[in-house]
Write a protein that binds this ligand. Structure first.
Ligand code: BES
Ligand code: MN
Ligand code: ZN
Length: 490
């Protein structure tokens, strides 16, 4: 789907004009004029119900009306859903192009920039993963999507939207790519390509180097695999000041290791690198759109978790980079083991903030379902920034506790820590485990994205498979801290 910009509807050719309406609402004066341009009767009946669309033929062109649902419930999520309806309706009606009027979108009363959101949502709704199809078949979206606006800054806004959507699409591609292709070295290749294209710093460490740096906790996970592990460091500005540091779980496949998982749905564990994928997606967006002068560092520990004759066995004890010893009682609690060393590694950057993203626990899925991620933050400010930034972007978070009481059950009889506690409260114990490796005094948040990283849904901005969850939250966070930076500079 090509994104186009036109100064007026007359220039948009035979693209079908796309308009949104809430249930029970009428058209305002400007929208009546717009319909008049197409010769469409503004009083033609249309319910505006969520999920509905209607193609209207006027004397001067076609118009696709899409419902937003109940007027009092119209928000950015309802709007994204409606954009998804529009893209799918256009495909099934074989419309070659859609054109949306930015001023019309502005009148919908949404927070934020509705034109930017519309393009992001359209590009995400149009996403398909066809890399492994010998015949990709027909596209499931119109060939072109035009924005009509006479605003001078429309090109910059559209570019920003495309940059965001590209980041999310990259993360989806990586999650959807099977583990025999999306290996740790494959992810390193993506990082190197991003660095070459946009001038980022990149370092890629292999198994010996990881062991050499003292990352015994990370190494315990890759021991069993013949597919070499990688520790990837991406840096948007190696000469810059104190960075925002983002750590992403990059388990390219999680069998559970010696503590083997049951086989039902195990294939979904190709997506156990969704945290790392979100950070690679963020760097794609940063590369295309800039980071507002904020230095961003991504730390991606990447490995498979498989059984084998050299694999870690339950009861084994390892030493992490910060010197803490860990008794591994369950090799399926591997995410926290690789994140522990990456969090400890972050100390050298003196991070402004440290945020990790991980498909960390099934317990989080049990607690919150698939629509929301858990946020565990050491400060109220970081918690708030993540939740607010996420909700602007359609990525929801719910706060979870880091209470000291939850630390004691992680004490081991033979080592400093054990990597599991009880089943009950499993998401909290995972977070409390990680807290032991966060450098002293650093504001930290852990985002458990096990639920929303993956979807079976084919609606709104979603297609079944990876969602790219996290890219947009991180992008919003970078924007907020970039603004802080410029305030400081004043
Ligand atoms: N990658 C899984 C968590 C997960 C489960 C993500 C389902 C997405 C969907 C993680 O490594 C894991 O296996 N966690 C265990 C921890 C347990 C052994 C303490 C879990 O949640 O069962
Ligand atoms: Mn696991
Ligand atoms: Zn895992």
């Amino acid at each position: 789907m090509n994104i186009e910009i036109f100064g007026s509807h007359a220039e948009s050719g035979d693209a079908v004009t796309l308009m949104f309406r809430a249930e029970g609402a009428g058209w305002g004066i400007e929208d009546r004029e717009l319909l008049g341009l197409m010769g469409v009767d503004p009083d033609a009946p249309f319910s505006g119900k969520a999920g509905r669309s209607k193609l209207c033929a006027g004397t001067g062109g076609l118009c696709l009306l899409v419902g937003l649902g109940k007027a009092e419930e119209v928000d950015a999520d309802a709007f994204r859903t409606a954009v998804g309806v529009a893209v799918r309706a256009a495909a099934s009606q074989e419309l070659e192009g859609l054109a949306v009027d930015a001023a019309h979108l502005g009148r919908l009363g949404l927070d934020g920039d509705a034109a930017v959101e519309c393009i992001v949502a359209a590009l995400l709704a149009a996403y398909r993963f066809t890399a492994f199809k010998s015949d990709p078949g027909e596209a499931d979206c119109p060939g072109r999507f035009a924005v009509v606006s006479a605003d001078a800054d429309i090109r910059a806004r559209v570019d920003r939207a495309v940059a965001v959507a590209e980041g999310v699409r990259l993360a989806r591609d990586l999650v959807n790519t099977p583990s025999n292709v999306a290996t740790p070295e494959h992810l390193a290749g993506v990082a190197r390509d991003l660095a070459a294209e946009f001038g980022f710093g990149v370092q890629v460490f292999g198994p010996e180097e990881i062991i050499g740096m003292g990352m015994g906790s990370f190494a315990s996970v890759f021991r069993g695999s013949d597919t070499p592990a990688r520790f990837i460091v991406l840096d948007s500005d190696p000469e810059g000041g104190r960075p925002l540091v983002f750590v992403g779980k990059g388990v390219t496949f999680d069998t559970g290791g010696i503590s083997l998982k049951p086989s039902a749905k195990m294939h979904e564990m190709k997506g156990d690198m969704a945290g790392a994928a979100a950070i690679l997606g963020l760097f794609r967006t940063l590369g295309r759109a800039g980071g507002g002068g904020r230095r961003v560092v991504g730390l991606l520990p990447c490995t498979e978790n498989v059984p084998g004759s050299r694999a870690t066995k339950p009861g084994d004890v390892v030493t992490a980079m910060n010197g803490k010893t860990v008794e591994i009682l369950n090799t399926d609690a591997e995410g926290r083991l690789i994140l522990a060393d990456a969090l400890a590694y972050s100390a050298r950057y003196e991070p402004e903030i440290l945020v990790d993203l991980a498909t960390l626990t099934g317990a989080c899925l049990v607690a919150l379902g698939t629509k929301v991620a858990a946020v565990f933050a050491t400060t109220a400010e970081l918690d708030q920034r993540i939740r607010e930034g996420g909700s602007r972007a359609g990525e929801r978070y719910w706060p979870m506790p880091l209470w000291a009481e939850y630390g004691a059950p992680l004490k081991s009889d033979v080592a400093d820590l054990k990597n599991i506690a009880t089943r009950e409260g499993g998401a909290i114990y995972a977070a409390m485990f990680l807290k032991n490796f966060v450098p002293e005094g650093v504001d930290w948040a852990h985002l458990d994205i096990a639920g929303p990283a993956w979807t079976d849904e084919n609606a709104s901005v979603f297609r079944p498979g990876g969602t790219g969850f996290g890219v947009r939250t991180l992008w919003e966070l970078v924007g907020e801290y970039a603004e802080d930076g410029s305030e400081l500079a004043l």
